[in-house]
Structures are given as C-alpha cells and as structure tokens.
Design a protein around this ligand. Structure first.
Ligand code: 5GP
Length: 205
C-alpha cells in the first residue's frame, strides 16, 4: 500500500487569481485532483454543475451538514460553500494529492482536522491590481465587487495563518512556486521514517 496523498488548501482574496493558478497546476501535475465544492450560490455564466461546483439548494446544503457529509463549510458573501468529505478522503486514501480552493474559515477548519494539510495563501501583487482584476473579470455586479474588495483587506490580514504565501504577479511564476512547495512537502522526513527513526524503503522520487 503506497502512502496517502497530501491535502493542499489554496485561499486568497477573490481576484487574486486562485482559479487560474489552480487550473494551471492541475494541468501540470497528474497526481493532483481538484475537490469540487457544494454551494448554494447560483451558477455564473459558463459554470457547470458537477464541474465548477455542485450547485445545491439551501435545504440540501443543510442536509449535507446534518449528515456530516462536509469536511468543512462556511458562509461566504451570503452563500454557503462546503467540501464534500467522502470524495476527498477517497482520493487521499488512493494516494492522490488533493487541492481545495476554499476561503479562510474553511482553511482553518481543515488544518484542525488535518494538521498535515498544506495551507497556501495566494496574494495579489497590490490592492490596486486586485481591484483592476475584479472589475475586468466582469463576472459580478458592482455592489458585489465592492463587497469582495472590502473582504479582501480583511482576508489579507489573515495570511499569517497559512503555511505559505505566494504572490500571484505572473501565473507561471506563482505555479512554479506552488510546485516547489508541493515537492518539498512530499520530501518531509515524517513520510519516510520507520518507528526507530531510520528510513523506510520507499523513496520520494
Ligand atoms: P466564488 O463565489 O467566487 O466561486 O467563491 C467565493 C469564495 O468561496 C472564494 O473565496 C472561494 O474560495 C470560497 N469557496 C469555494 N468553495 C468553498 C468551499 O468548499 N468551502 C469554503 N469554506 N469556501 C469555499
């Protein structure tokens, strides 16, 4: 039986480029899987149920909480978001690495339950650049953008709760830093030592 996969949590303010970075990571790393969250938010243009999110009703979401089907969940900008537990546990068990793209409330819940989870905070190069990206994206109504900008300042002040901070000035550079983090995490001695502190036979190649 091989070893379990690692759980990677990516957060950062809306507009920091988490989605773009994530997609690039997933296309580069074949051992990496994305956990599709459940949300009560309505789909945006171009979003598909079961691909971007599982779009569910408030009632269904509450049922999932009650049945302990969510590994973590949080209310973000008036909607509920949560990570389906079973799918993540199965992938980790099979040795696949899993990336969660979730908010800070969720990230801290994950760290409580999985202390070995690797928390990565994606930061924009500057507040001005963040605002430019949000407006350019054109996905949200103006008042929604204002709300997201206000939250961004609060979120940035919590970056210290993460294991790593990656500034997304350029997608390729950010992705390459995250690949380095994942490589380093996989080389941690804890994964290779036997009970007497010597090396197991497995390698980290
Ligand atoms: P959006 O509505 O822009 O897709 O996502 C809004 C926020 O919800 C983002 O910060 C995103 O990372 C977060 N989010 C997405 N899925 C989850 C989840 O499963 N759990 C938590 N806690 N946050 C999530």
């Amino acid at each position: 039986m091989g070893r379990k996969g690692i759980l990677i949590v990516i957060s950062g303010p809306s507009g920091a480029g988490k989605g773009t970075v994530n997609r690039a990571l997933l296309s580069l790393l074949s051992d990496l899987s994305y956990s599709i969250s459940a949300t009560t938010r309505l789909p945006r243009n171009g979003e598909t149920n079961g691909v971007n999110y599982y779009f569910v009703t408030g009632e269904k979401f509450q049922e999932m909480i009650a049945a302990d089907k969510l590994l973590e969940w949080a209310k973000v900008y008036d909607n509920y978001y949560g990570t389906p537990r079973q799918a993540v546990e199965k992938m980790l068990e099979e040795g696949r690495d899993v990336v969660l793209e979730i908010d800070i409330q969720g990230a801290l819940q994950v760290k409580e339950k999985y202390p070995d989870a690797v928390l990565i905070f994606i930061a924009p190069p500057s507040p001005a650049e963040l605002e430019r990206r949000l407006r350019r994206r054109g996905a949200d109504a103006p008042q929604e953008i204002e709300k997201r900008l206000r939250s961004a300042a609060a979120e940035m002040s919590l970056a210290g709760r993460y294991d790593y901070v990656v500034v997304n000035d350029e997608v390729e550079r950010a992705v390459s830093k995250i690949c380095s983090i994942i490589t380093a995490e996989k080389c941690r001695s804890q994964y290779y030592l036997n009970k007497s502190g010597g090396l197991n036979e497995s390698t980290n190649s």
